[in-house]
Design a protein around this ligand. Structure first.
Ligand code: AMP
Ligand code: MG
Length: 414
């Protein structure tokens, strides 16, 4: 099979996936999920005209001459608490004491805040008039019935959740999270809590990928380790393809015990490509079974995770309904010469440090695809174009930013 470019690989993958159907979930669970409906309000918000201040509800005509040295006296009808309903109409030369959020009484058009008044038994002196309508929040001033408050595709944030609650929606339709089977292949793999026998290593990829699936908005389903035989790999794949997406690791290279491609062919997974002109992760393969994507990730821990970030991430995001599929990128200045493989797009694990308005990138050291600590140390992947053999110190490059945490200041912002 022809080795394809990173751009072709990502394009082909994205052409095959589309957003999953919707599910109804509680508003409490909905932050960060993608709305799969357009939401129209059936109510007015606020539902009634109310006071924005603790003060006195008045008729502006009565108090427009009020000044500190010439206050206007009004007799007080009642005290209206938030949650209560006024019982009196404000007529000429009267006022009702009113609390923030309480219903404005009929007859009143303005609220004078308590700081601009002086209270006496049974009456109040108004010291300052202000404009008509001051401190009054009109019914429906935020949202009108029939108004679209959120469009389909919206990634729900806390303010959106509050809007939905304010119009009475306790459940919303959001795109389902893709269920992602994680299949680890390899005779050398042991479970994390078992003592390691000679020749064994921990199945760390299952954990790495489960964590990454969650970050991408998917639900990870780790499966049992499959040993390196065609039969066992095939049986494990048959189990795996019942999920929305399958990720396997290992067994896609050219070793004598790499059975994943043969097992894919056996169960009828259509292979769209095998091998991408990139480093790390050249042996990546991708296929489809009944429209479901299958990612055959390489076994090396760095290759597996980098391939996930570059390809699976965007596919899972699209399936989850997100429209922005990719990690943010920044332009960086290279802090040192970095040699790379000519002919391949190389993703160099780098640490970014702030330098004035920009960033300087330093390689995290060895770029061996087995050394996972090099990816743990660096929060970014600097993209080395295929035609280059050396990325020169002081030149600029594009860096994929994998981790927002590193970009959050630890110092007080104000
Ligand atoms: P493979 O692609 O199966 O030849 O594996 C490539 C390298 O990745 C080998 O050194 C494997 O031991 C290692 N490897 C494969 N699968 C895993 C895994 N699930 N967790 C950690 N390392 C793995
Ligand atoms: Mg293997």
């Amino acid at each position: 099979m022809r080795m394809i470019s990173v751009h072709e690989a990502l394009t082909q993958i994205l052409e095959t996936v589309s957003p999953l159907a919707g599910e109804r979930i509680s508003l409490f669970e909905a932050t960060g999920r993608v709305l799969a409906e357009e939401v129209q309000s059936v109510r007015k918000v606020p539902p009634f005209t109310n006071s924005a201040m603790d003060g006195y509800a008045v008729r502006h005509d009565d108090i427009q001459s009020a000044q500190a040295d010439q206050p206007v006296a009004l007799s007080v009808l009642e005290v209206i608490q938030a949650g209560a309903v006024p019982t009196k109409t404000v007529e000429a030369k009267t006022a009702s004491k009113i609390m923030t959020g309480a219903v404005l009484p009929p007859g009143a058009d303005t609220v004078i805040k308590v700081e601009d008044t002086q209270e006496q038994p049974g009456q109040v002196f108004i010291h300052k008039a202000g404009p008509k309508g001051n401190n009054v929040r009109a019914s429906g001033e935020d949202i009108q019935p029939g108004q679209t408050i959120l469009k389909s595709g919206r990634v729900l944030r806390p303010a959106d959740i509050g809007l939905l609650a304010s119009v009475g929606r306790s459940f919303v339709l959001v795109h389902q999270h893709p269920r992602v089977a994680i299949l680890s292949t390899g005779d050398e793999l042991a479970e994390v809590d078992m003592p390691l026998q000679p020749g064994q290593i921990v199945n760390s990829n299952a954990y790495t990928l489960a964590a990454a699936v969650r970050e991408a908005g998917g639900q990870p389903v780790p499966l049992a380790i499959a040993r390196d035989s065609l039969e066992e790999t095939r049986a494990a794949l048959e189990e795996a393809v019942r999920h929305d997406v399958v990720l396997s690791t290992g067994g896609v290279s050219v070793g004598d015990f790499d059975f994943v491609k043969a097992a894919m062919d056996d169960i009828g997974i259509e292979r769209l490509f095998w091998r991408v002109a990139q480093k790390p992760g050249k042996p990546l393969t991708f296929g489809l079974l009944r429209g479901r994507p299958y990612f055959g990730l390489p076994g090396n821990p760095v290759s597996a995770l980098v391939c996930f970030y570059l390809y699976t991430w965007a596919a899972l995001r699209r399936m989850g309904g997100y429209r922005r599929l990719f990690f943010p990128t920044v332009q960086v200045t290279l802090g040192e010469d970095i040699s790379k493989a000519q002919g391949l797009t190389e993703f160099v694990r780098c640490q970014l440090t702030r330098n004035g308005p920009g960033y300087v990138a330093h390689s995290t050291g060895t770029q061996s695809s087995g050394v996972l600590s090099s990816l743990s140390l660096g929060e970014s992947l600097v993209i080395g174009p295929p035609e280059m053999a050396l990325l020169r110190k002081g030149t600029t490059a594009t860096a994929i930013v994998l981790d927002r945490e590193e970009f959050m200041p630890a110092e007080l912002p104000f």
